[in-house]
Design a binder for this molecule. Structure first.
Ligand SMILES: NC(=O)c1ccc[n+]([C@@H]2O[C@H](COP(=O)([O-])OP(=O)(O)OC[C@H]3O[C@@H](n4cnc5c(N)ncnc54)[C@H](OP(=O)(O)O)[C@@H]3O)[C@@H](O)[C@H]2O)c1
Length: 619
């Protein structure tokens, strides 16, 4: 059966649901059967889970097109195969399909090499023409999640990337655009945050998105006056400084949220119909802090250094005083809660039944306060450190609770105070002349060992000074999110979808945020999950990987049109791919490459000089 063309009832990208919208139970499974969906950002945390869940739960989707950029060492297809073969996100698919996985993926996945920062993602006219009649939705997930990036990169990825997604959608006959933003575009606005596009900046200034775009582009133009690395670094710091100041002026918490807010505001205008292009139905998704999976791909899975990991890492250190506001919300949402709703919203958007903005956070209906988060962290530490292999954790650390303190009141254990103490001790040691202090008779026997102890103590204090500086930097990065601002993100739109779904769709794709038991999630899912998947990265180690399986992919062009019908189930699909197994291609699944591959050329210098891991905390 051919996929039917969706009828979009919206005439403007942000049009509300028409009063006459049908209220018959909506089946996501039926709505997505036979459809073709493009997902950007597949190689990231959210993108992997989204694509894996689409493939796992909706085998009747005709095709998932993944847009992947080449890395320094691999082309897009090899990156896809390596992730499918080794990422824990694909573990359920590997378990379900076994050695048939490659055939299943070959029938469902089309990999496109492209870069979101290029016009039409750099896909080339022939590919765009091929995709135009086929794509039903572009789910734009790709983004740059560093908090303080070079504004050039934030512009290219977060702003121009979103506009390029809109342009590609406009070239398609019917594709809707589902754009991933963040709840934190709200900036310094406080309290109840509605599901609306910002009409003014968070600091209350008038907001002309196109003029702001030009302003940011001008800031990003600042060039170094020579080719030396130092000059390049200095110019980049000037750009970052200027963009941070601009973000601050407009009321955004950092360059990342400023660029994401600008993208949202620009998209609204760009998706409207013009004489040269069709209107693109636009839906904006704003997740809050995305963290460990509750169920899919399996309990606790996480990837990379997300927001809670560094906080937890600090909570497990000897530092136990946190500058935080106890009664503010800490809006965490499991990654699979986000992806199941993303699937539901994409289906609603394709049917012309979506709202303009969906906030995918928990604070609106199942809030967890910062106070409660720390309380649960203390409980988790007591529980899990009781069986720790480290004696210091078993016998000592687990009995000391974390304490919340106001940020601006200096206390005995504040990093700045400890830093001053470390510096003071170090300079005292430096001026200490051991030789002059010791009586002649002791100089020979103990002089040298004492000198060595002094040197070691100086080194230790130097290290402590550096570490405390990093901790303070971390607190500064987190301060807007755990201390300064109080937000409750409305989430009525995603919750309202449930009432429109049929029972099966609600069960599989309904809003799962209200059912989260924070105690269970925090102590038994998030704490151990971050311990396995995130904390090793913070300690300079690798996260565990699954053993690679060999993968065999069938080129999608060889899957006949009638192969995938409404109601297709896994067995049917498998039968189909076996029938065509003669055409399969074997691909090297990159056994020797690490799952998180090297940085691209343009990023390597930047990260090595600009940021510790902790400046890359996405919200
Ligand atoms: N994680 C959170 O807590 C959170 C919260 C709210 C919203 N969000 C939003 O959710 C989205 C995904 O976040 P994430 O945590 O999954 O981020 P992530 O793990 O850092 O992944 C980012 C993805 O974007 C891709 N990308 C970046 N620049 C690209 C380019 N120029 N061309 C093609 N692909 C590009 C990356 O590809 P490479 O592998 O090639 O770099 C990667 O696949 C982002 O838009 C983010 O703003 C995240």
């Amino acid at each position: 059966m051919k996929p039917t063309t969706p009828s979009h009832t919206s005439t403007s990208p942000t049009a509300p649901l028409p009063a006459s919208a049908p209220l018959t139970p909506f089946s996501i499974i039926e709505a997505l059967a036979g459809r073709e969906i493009m997902v950007t950002g597949f190689t990231g945390f959210l993108g992997k889970v989204l694509v894996a869940q689409l493939l796992m739960d909706l085998p009747a989707v005709r095709r998932v097109h993944v847009l992947i950029r080449a890395s320094r060492s691999e082309d897009a297809l090899s990156r896809f195969v390596r992730i499918a073969a080794r990422s824990p996100a694909f573990r359920p698919l590997r378990e379900r399909f076994g050695e048939d996985l490659g055939a299943f993926l070959g029938a469902r996945i089309e990999v496109h090499e492209g870069d979101v920062s290029e016009p039409l993602f750099g896909l080339g006219e022939a590919t765009v023409r091929d995709l135009a009649p086929r794509l039903d939705a572009i789910v734009h997930v790709a983004g740059l999640t560093d908090f303080a990036p070079d504004p050039r990169r934030a512009l290219e990825t977060n702003v121009e990337g979103a506009l390029n997604a809109a342009d590609l959608a406009a070239r398609c006959e019917r594709a809707v655009l589902v754009h991933t933003s963040t709840c934190y575009v709200v900036g310094i606005r406080q309290g109840h945050i509605p599901e609306e596009i910002l009409a003014t900046t968070p600091s209350g200034r008038a907001w002309d998105p196109e003029a702001e775009f030009a302003h940011l582009q001008a800031l990003a133009c600042h060039e170094a006056d020579s080719d030396t690395q130092a000059a390049q670094r200095e110019a980049r710091d000037v750009r970052i400084g200027a963009a941070s100041a601009r973000a601050d002026l407009l009321g955004f918490t950092n360059i990342y949220t400023y660029s994401k807010a600008l993208a949202e505001a620009l998209l609204v205008g760009r998706c409207l119909k013009s004489s040269r292009r069709r209107a693109v139905p636009l839906t904006i998704l704003r997740p809050a802090i995305i963290e460990c999976a509750e169920h899919f791909p399996f309990e606790g899975w996480n990837e990379g250094i997300n927001t809670t990991g560094p906080l937890l890492w600090l909570c497990k250190s000897y530092l136990r005083h946190f500058p935080s506001s106890p009664d503010h919300n800490f809006d965490v949402v499991p990654v699979d809660t986000v992806t199941r709703s993303m699937i539901a919203i994409t289906a609603m958007a394709m049917a012309g039944r979506a709202k303009a903005v969906y906030q995918l956070g928990t604070s609106g209906s199942n809030p967890m306060s910062i106070d409660r988060g720390f309380e649960l962290t203390n409980l988790a530490i007591r529980k899990h450190m009781a069986s720790s292999e480290h004696r210091s954790e078993r016998n000592f650390k687990r009995f000391f609770d974390n304490v919340l303190v106001p940020a601006d009141v200096e206390h005995a254990f504040s990093p700045l105070k400890l830093k001053r103490v470390a510096r003071g001790l170090r300079s005292t040691l430096e001026t200490l002349d051991i030789g002059a202090l010791l009586p002649k008779s002791l100089k020979k026997p103990v002089g040298r060992p004492i000198e060595r102890m002094k040197d070691n103590a100086e080194l230790f204090l130097q290290g402590a000074d550096r570490q405390l500086g990093r901790v303070q930097k971390l607190f500064d990065i987190y301060r807007p999110f755990i201390h300064d601002n109080s937000w409750t993100f409305a989430n009525a739109n995603v919750r309202a979808i449930d009432a429109q779904l049929d029972d099966e769709s609600r069960e599989r794709f309904g809003w799962a945020g209200d059912a989260i038991d924070w105690r269970k999630y925090w102590i038994d899912v998030l704490y151990p999950g971050l311990g396995v998947w995130c904390l090793p990265l913070l300690e300079g180690k690798e996260a565990p990987e699954d053993p690679a399986v060999p993968l065999v992919l069938m080129p999608p062009t060889e899957v006949p049109e009638d192969a995938i019908e409404l109601g297709d189930d896994v067995e049917h699909v498998l039968h189909h791919v076996h029938t065509h197994a003669a055409h399969v291609h074997t691909l090297d699944c990159g056994h020797d490459l690490p799952l998180r591959e090297e940085l691209r050329d343009d990023e390597a210098g930047e990260l090595s000089t600009a940021s510790t891991a902790t400046s890359e905390l996405p919200l």
